[in-house]
Design a protein around this ligand. Structure first.
Ligand code: SAH
Length: 229
């Protein structure tokens, strides 16, 4: 799938419409956010931004495919309402964090955590060019350098947690930082991975189900990632 005519934001809109036509998602709020955040601003120059495929962004990692971003946004939609707190672990290009920020709005909090400092710097530059720039400036959107396996306690508890890299098991700090009533979407596994939907019930217990089989880069240490092991 490549949308080939028009300028960036039009081609981005056409991509979002195509994902809806293919039945990948149907949420109006998700479509609105994805239409506002031009994916073309978030991929390295020369990368086909509107193709439904993961793309290399350096440092042995990829930006996830548009259909995965759409699916995760839809799974988290009820937990991305205005005023809510959202955490994006492995924020990479910053694309999904920007979508979160638009959905939770200026009264909410969208927090990205990424362990490659260069990606944090470039993701901030990407966001500054995007529709989410004002939220970054105003402070409801932030991207931080850190080991995402520890979460980001400063703005916990979170209504929504997204993990963009596959964990061997669900990190306990992320469970601890999930609000009762909150939802985490996290790929778990090694080569074969399940995208797990983790709901924290109001009594603090967890309900966990597998949404689909996925292939993400590992949630690991910076050294292991840069070694490519
Ligand atoms: N969701 C992002 C990036 C997905 S790739 C996007 O679509 O653009 C996964 C990201 O997780 C990479 O940027 C990688 O550097 C990061 N990552 C892997 N392990 C991490 C860890 N322990 N802490 C923080 N970030 C991590």
């Amino acid at each position: 799938m490549e949308v080939s005519s028009g300028n960036g934001i039009d081609r981005n809109k056409a991509m979002v419409e195509q994902l809806q036509r293919y039945g990948i998602f149907n949420s109006k709020k998700v479509a609105e956010a994805m239409e506002k955040v031009d994916r073309g601003l978030f991929v390295p120059a020369g990368t086909p931004a509107y193709v439904d495929s993961p793309m290399a962004i350096g440092y042995n990692v990829t930006i996830s495919a548009p259909h995965m971003h759409a699916m995760c946004l839809q799974l988290l939609e009820k937990n991305l309402q205005p005023g809510m707190h959202a955490l994006d672990i492995g924020s990479g290009t910053g694309y999904l964090t920007a979508c979160f920020a638009l959905m939770v709005g200026p009264e909410g909090r969208a927090v990205g955590v990424e362990h490659i400092p260069e990606l944090v710097t470039s993701s901030i530059k990407n966001i500054e060019k995007s529709e989410a720039a004002s939220l970054l400036k105003q402070g409801s959107l932030s991207i931080n350098v850190g080991d995402g396996r520890q979460g980001w306690p400063e703005f916990a508890a979170y209504d929504a947690i997204h993990v963009g890299a596959a964990a061997r098991e669900i990190p306990q700090p992320l469970i601890d930082q999930l609000k009762p009533g909150g939802r985490m979407v996290i790929p778990v596994g090694n080569v074969f991975q399940d995208l797990k939907v983790v709901d924290k019930n109001l009594d603090g217990s967890l309900s966990i189900r597998n949404e689909t089989s996925v292939r993400y880069v590992p949630l690991t240490s910076r050294d292991a990632q840069l070694r490519g092991t």
